[in-house]
Write a protein that binds this ligand. Structure first.
Ligand code: DX5
Ligand code: ZN
Length: 216
């Protein structure tokens, strides 16, 4: 299977969100990545339920909802109702991660855990068999268009080994600073799904930029 591309609407034009979602529909993208930030876990606020609902209304691709919020358990059902097909919670925000993952699965959608750049992959050892996806942050979460952290390649080697051992179906997602220069190496290192915000939305030909990432 070739790698999956999930353009992040964080860098979309919010005044023309329908247009940008329709652009993604027409492209070779596989998922739409939706970044929810609360100004608490991360130093930025993005958007909440009404925007996710609006994106869902126009999207023909599934929504990959990345929750950068404290205590995400409170809102799992509401994000499912808003249109999430997959929910990612952060390891750093979930003291009862196993319970949170089961709660996402009970909603009938895909369950995923993200780890920050400083969080070791080894901490996922006892949960990875229960997950559909792991999201490796390759920037510090909170903003688009940041510089890719090279240490990510080492983390990919670690999570790839864990996948082989505990859960061969696991999807490994990389989020932050992905572009046409590093994507081939990331896929080679084990990434199955790549998020791309700035490297798509900063281009004039966005559909072409997605095609380039998809066919890298
Ligand atoms: C960062 C977000 C990312 C972001 C990626 O906190 O989780 O999904 O939108 O944007 P780029 O591709 O511009 O680094
Ligand atoms: Zn994200």
């Amino acid at each position: 299977m070739s790698h999956l591309i999930a353009p992040s609407i964080l860098t979309a034009d919010f005044g023309n969100l329908q247009r940008d979602v329709e652009m993604i529909n027409k492209s070779e993208a596989d998922w739409i990545h939706v970044d929810v930030m609360d100004g608490m876990f991360v130093p930025n606020i993005s958007f909440g339920f009404p925007v996710v609902t609006a994106v869902k209304k126009h999207a023909t691709k599934p929504l990959d909802v990345h929750l950068m919020i404290v205590d995400p358990d409170r809102y799992l059902a509401r994000f499912k109702d808003a249109g999430a097909d997959s929910i990612t919670v952060h390891y750093e925000t979930c003291p009862h991660l196993h319970r949170t993952i089961q709660a996402i699965k009970e909603l009938g959608i895909r369950a995923s855990v993200a780890i920050n750049p400083h969080t070791p992959v080894a901490l996922l050892e006892d949960i990875v068999a229960d997950l559909d996806m792991v999201l490796i942050m390759s920037v510090n979460p909170g903003f688009g268009a940041q510089h890719f952290i090279e240490h990510t390649y080492k983390k990919l080697a670690d999570i790839k080994a864990m996948k082989r051992r505990y859960n061969t179906e696991l999807v490994i997602e990389v989020d932050g600073g992905v572009d046409e220069h590093n994507i081939a190496r990331l896929v080679e290192a084990g990434a199955d799904m790549l998020v791309a915000g700035n490297s798509v939305f900063s281009q004039v030909d966005k559909i072409g930029a997605i095609a380039k990432l998809k066919n890298a």
